[in-house]
Design a protein. Structure first.
Length: 365
């Protein structure tokens, strides 16, 4: 009986002990006598405006710590998943699954949003905006009963029991104290370091690439407004909601997915309590859209073709649907099959192959 209990205890403790003794990130300095280092982390903004980072400036060691935590499975209850499990670099830091699998295989309720260019998100985080700051967002999946199912207290205990983390907290913050606030600041720094501004379209704007005839026609369609009276010059009107350098608009909108009686997910209303926000969700960036299927807050569309068909002739009218979509729904966008091909070819020019291959953003373990 004692032997059986001992074997069971070893089996339960093995994953925990193994994770505490895991290999330190590649390039990690010695844990002996670590020193605080506030060397600034340099960002290439490209054509983006310089962001305000005064309350959490990026440092080399802070970003390094955040990267470690982003890929750290100790943040989950059974040490099996990390942030990087559901935000996969090769998929534009999104999840190809409709709903991400948490500890014990439980599924989330919404599609995982991609993570890049977070520095230019000024209207809160998650599909419904329930996290005011990115640092707030970083801690919520850890405690979510459908995701990591862990407590911050347990995470701190597990990280404190390692040799690598106390040393890295010294380098990033000046002493070895591990707190949830410091964890959130470090993860915010890492996520803020993930910038996507090296797509073919960016290089086209810089005079370093040329769009094909189809891509150029798609670009024109993307930007041109819907004009039912002159179908020969009418566009897809995408830039109405997906404009600027990041191809978004920092708003929450109802994009005509469901009728009033079919809105099982009330979206932004759950946060604000305002009926006018029912079924409104954060407008995502279209950068790397080729990589981030499935689409919409519930991942209902598997392909870009389905998305374009929705806006072309599938808008469902409800009380809070955006007025611009009500207008275009009268006749549909009247896109030809070639128009749709051109539009998709343009959207694919927003793919940033450099970002998804950048080792600075990869799993360090």
């Amino acid at each position: 009986m004692k032997l059986k209990k001992s074997i069971t205890l070893v089996a339960l403790l093995t994953p925990f002990v193994f994770s505490l003794c895991r290999k330190a990130p590649e390039g990690m300095p010695s844990v002996i006598n670590p020193e605080y280092d506030d060397t600034p982390y340099e960002l290439d903004y490209g054509r983006f405006a310089e962001p305000d980072m005064t309350d959490n400036p990026l440092t080399v060691e802070g970003v390094k710590l955040g990267r470690m935590l982003f890929y750290e499975t100790l943040l989950s209850k059974d040490n099996s998943i990390s942030c990087g499990s559901c935000h996969i670099q090769q998929d534009g830091f999104s999840d190809p699954a409709q709903f991400s699998a948490g500890v014990d295989g439980s599924l989330g309720k919404r599609q995982a949003m991609p993570i890049f260019n977070m520095l230019w998100h000024t209207n809160e985080f998650f599909w419904d905006g329930r996290a005011h700051l990115l640092r707030d967002q970083s801690l919520m999946p850890i405690q979510d009963e459908l995701e990591m199912k862990e407590t911050l207290e347990n995470v701190i205990s597990k990280l404190s029991a390692t040799t690598t983390y106390p040393a890295q907290f010294i380098r990033a913050f000046g002493d070895a104290e591990i707190t949830s606030e410091r964890m959130s600041l470090a993860m915010e720094q890492f996520m803020n370091s993930i910038i996507s501004n090296q797509s073919k379209y960016d290089k086209f704007l810089d005079g370093q690439a040329t769009l094909t005839e189809s891509e150029e026609r798609g670009r024109v369609l993307f930007s041109a407004e819907y004009n039912p009276g002159f179908p020969e010059i009418s566009g897809a009107d995408c830039a109405h909601c997906h404009g600027g350098n990041n191809f978004d608009n920092n708003r929450y909108m109802n994009n005509g997915l469901d009728a009033d009686g079919d809105q099982d997910d009330i979206g932004r209303e759950a946060v604000t309590g305002e009926p006018r926000d029912r079924a409104k969700f954060k407008v995502p960036s279209l950068r790397n859209i080729e990589l981030t299927a499935p689409y919409m807050h519930d991942g209902r569309f598997q392909t870009l073709e389905e998305v374009i068909d929705h806006y072309d002739h599938g808008i469902v009218i409800s009380e809070t649907v955006d007025p611009a979509l009500v207008y275009s729904a009268q006749t549909g966008l009247q896109l030809t099959e070639q128009d749709k091909i051109n539009l998709i070819n343009f959207l694919k020019t927003l793919t940033d192959e450099e970002m998804i291959a950048d080792e600075r953003f990869s799993d360090p373990f």
